[in-house]
Design a binder for this molecule. Sequence first.
Ligand SMILES: Cc1cc2nc3c(=O)[nH]c(=O)nc-3n(C[C@H](O)[C@H](O)[C@H](O)COP(=O)(O)OP(=O)(O)OC[C@H]3O[C@@H](n4cnc5c(N)ncnc54)[C@H](O)[C@@H]3O)c2cc1C
Length: 411
Amino acid sequence: MLLRSLLVATISSRKWLLVPSMRILDFFSQPHRAWILNLEKNPVLNAIVKKTFYDQFCAGTTPAETKTCVKTLKALGFRGVILTYASEILFDHKSGEAHSPGAAAGEARKEGAGIKVDDVIESWRAGTVGTIDLIEEGDILAIKTSGAGPAVVNAFKKGDLPPQQMLDALNEIGTKCKERNIQIIVDAESQHYQSGIDRIALDMMRKFNTDGRVVVYNTYQAYLKSSHSLILSHLASAARENFTFGLKVVRGAYIATEDRALIHDTKEDTDNNYNSIAQGALRQQLGEFGVSRPFPSVKLFLASHNRDSVISAQRLHEQRIAAGLPTVDVAFGQLHGMSDEVSFSLLSMKGRDGQPPAVFKCSTWGSMSECIGYLLRRAVENRDAVLRTNDEYVALKKEAGRRLKSLFGAA
Ligand SMILES: Cc1cc2nc3c(=O)[nH]c(=O)nc-3n(C[C@H](O)[C@H](O)[C@H](O)COP(=O)(O)OP(=O)(O)OC[C@H]3O[C@@H](n4cnc5c(N)ncnc54)[C@H](O)[C@@H]3O)c2cc1C
């Protein structure tokens, strides 16, 4: 594990290695490639990528492999895991094209007893329901709704509701998770689809986030100039309709393919926006909420590898509890294979009750080709986080050196 992490960190911390590696990964993942150049079909190529990038960031290609990985992650002391089924559709703003790196590539419809069944929605439903069976009470299921295929994303593009079959699937998933005390995170994706995704996430919150409990969180991308006002409008819905608002905040992972005009001009603007949303929620003051209107019931989930953002949020949360000031429940998440040092720093910040904060590790499972879009986004993030990946590389190199020395010392 250490050698694999060191290999990935060595590549990630050097742009001259990372950029060609990303191009090569992208090249081999194209489904039309001949057998010898095809990641899914060439077993040697498959084994190399599986043992390096895939195993570093993803949980498994099969349910059995995934369960083992989930167990290993939980044994490290995390409150739980967040697990996603990887199938998704990506929209590239520059080319204007959508493509599915995974199996759910085409739309197929068949008629049975007069009812139209969309095979892609059905395969997404089965994969997602299967994912619930790989986790336990207290864990979180994350859903990427674009994975349900063309009929769903075409509706999202127009801001319409997806087909009834998809609404039924979401209802089944919500009901099953509520029964098993598993929370759901609706992931944020390309802006092209996001208004539709927000719409179904809000509907799920209305339905399942009753009695002060959060079953469903929606994700808000702080790199978007519009994110602050979107959160205020969803807070207003929660206040008006009396449901608990599940607020998961990320910076945003689609900067390489998104319309750049929608995104804050600088990294600093994104950081300020992220921190102001997180700290505003923890102070129970966002817009007019908590100032001239009561602050509605909110649970906060901060998904980030940015040390300053998460550590300062946890400090503020504890300070407010110590001072008897109002705050909201907060949990944290980092991705599997990334920023373990941030996760463990958070875990070491025990509260007044002696308990560590709720920290989750987030992983993805699915076939190699289903996970390629996810792996490429992680590579883009590592390319842009030069300082962080270099720190990780230095720490891993030191640890590998220490173990090597002790091995020879012992011999
Ligand atoms: C548990 C978990 C769940 C996640 N779920 C989602 C999800 O559902 N949807 C999603 O989109 N992402 C998701 N992400 C990824 C997330 O959006 C970020 O891409 C990733 O975490 C890196 O940001 P950071 O907060 O860790 O910190 P940092 O490394 O400090 O920030 C990097 C981020 O800053 C922003 N940025 C970089 N350069 C600029 C610039 N020049 N101008 C403006 N902004 C810039 C980008 O968003 C970039 O990803 C998730 C991350 C985690 C840890």
